[in-house]
Design a protein around this ligand. Structure first.
Ligand SMILES: [Zn+2]
Length: 143
């Protein structure tokens, strides 16, 4: 009798799970609004890499020559990605230098998270995105 009860329970659960499918309901597998195109993904990855390079330079992990070389390389890549992105999305006039400047300003102010890159509001002591303690500029080791 216990077995029958269990079977009924399983049947009920399976029915409950399959009901929306049987009714033809389904979650959309494609995100329409903020679907990330390949160019957009490339742009984000490149900008993240640029941010890391800026961060490493600011914290003295990279010397100037390496920094300039990496930055030049990544900027070119980001620009190429941006162009592809613009081609897909239409006119989005994003200035790569402005993006870099924003990252720099955030790092200088100690509000850009070194762990995840989230830009926190001025005066933040912890990253709103990942909880990492934000190092103020004075606290970062100077070479
Ligand atoms: Zn963070």
């Amino acid at each position: 009798m216990a077995l029958l009860g269990a079977l009924l329970l399983v049947a009920a659960v399976v029915l409950f799970i399959l009901l929306p499918v049987a009714r033809g309901q389904h979650a959309s597998l494609t995100r329409e609004d903020d679907e990330m195109t390949e160019a957009e993904a490339r742009r984000r990855v490149t900008l993240l890499a640029l941010r890391d390079v800026e961060y490493d330079y600011h914290t003295g992990k990279l010397d100037e020559a390496d920094y300039m070389a990496l930055r030049k390389e990544l900027s070119a890549e980001a620009l190429a990605a941006l162009r592809a992105f613009e081609g897909e999305e239409g006119a989005t006039d994003v200035d790569i230098e402005a993006e870099i400047a924003a990252v720099k300003a955030g790092l200088a102010a100690g509000t850009t998270c070194g762990a995840c890159g989230h830009r926190n509001p001025d005066g933040s002591r912890f990253c709103a995105a990942c909880g990492q303690a934000l190092a103020a500029r004075e606290a970062t080791p100077s070479s």
